[in-house]
Design a binder for this molecule. Structure first.
Ligand code: PGA
Length: 257
């Protein structure tokens, strides 16, 4: 059985001091729910302090982005080796980065290769816009994003990737996909693309998260779907109570199954 993951994407929120307070509160609230991989992704500048605050915690730390190159003339960027020792995970290709910072399938692919080469576990984000959804383009677009992102990775490398399906229309809108919609895309589109690329054995081991307006009310139904192995959580991960409630609900489901 795939191990579930609840990953908090804090986006551009929290100062260093606030991030430490939140990390400590999250640790206190979720330390016992060990059927779930618990991950927090603070802003890059907060990583050293949050990493230190969680040094003895089962809560792992992720970054929200990175450059693919080792070093060089890329003003404002952070390289994978700078994340070494600070982050175990790195979010790659979030729709906000694709939309506002011109990330493309090609740069996402370069970042995936680079993250894996540096022993970081990428959380690869894919998902369609409202217009694409309404035009019936979701399946083709999302499977194309998965294929393009994973291009050139071996099956063994692909198994080191977590995929997050995040429909753009559901992010930060309070309008989550229904559990059935999310299952349909995670299963019939994302996992099928993984199966087509790497075969059943690899596809069945890879974790697929859903993201977009998840919260403590809708998480249990989402987590009961067979092809959904966790959530990438934005707004609801900024409060220890709501994040912990989501981890607890997932822990209960997996503890009893
Ligand atoms: P949200 O964000 O939970 O606030 O919708 C999810 C995300 O962007 O990862």
């Amino acid at each position: 059985m795939r191990r579930p993951m609840m990953a908090g994407n804090w986006k551009m929120n929290k100062t260093i001091e606030e991030a430490v307070v939140l990390a400590e509160a999250i640790h206190a609230a979720v330390a016992d729910y060990d059927h779930v991989d618990r991950v927090v992704c603070p802003a890059a500048i907060c990583l050293p302090a949050v990493r230190a605050a969680l040094a003895d915690s089962p809560v792992a730390v992720g970054a929200q982005n990175m450059h693919w190159a080792e070093s060089g003339a890329y003003t404002g960027e952070i390289s994978p080796s700078m994340l070494a020792g600070l982050a175990r995970y790195v979010i790659i290709g979030h729709s906000e980065r694709r939309q506002y910072f011109a990330e493309t399938d090609e740069t996402v692919n370069q970042k995936l290769h680079s993250a894996l080469a540096h022993n970081l576990t990428p959380i690869l984000c894919v998902g369609e816009s409202l217009a694409q959804n309404e035009a019936g383009e979701t399946d083709a677009f999302v499977s194309g994003q998965v294929r393009a992102a994973l291009a050139g990775l071996t099956g063994e490398q692909a198994q080191g990737v977590v995929v997050a399906y995040e429909p753009i229309w559901a992010i930060g809108t309070g309008r989550a996909a229904t559990a059935q919609q999310a299952q349909q895309i995670c299963g019939d589109v994302v996992r099928r693309a993984l199966r087509d690329g790497y075969g059943e054995g690899v596809a069945e081991t890879m974790r697929i998260l859903y993201g977009g307006s998840t919260n403590e009310k809708n998480i249990a139904e989402i987590m009961q779907q067979p092809d959904i192995d966790g959530a990438l959580i934005g707004g609801a991960s900024l409060k220890a109570e709501s994040y912990a409630a989501m981890v607890r609900a997932t822990d209960e489901l997996y503890r009893s199954s």
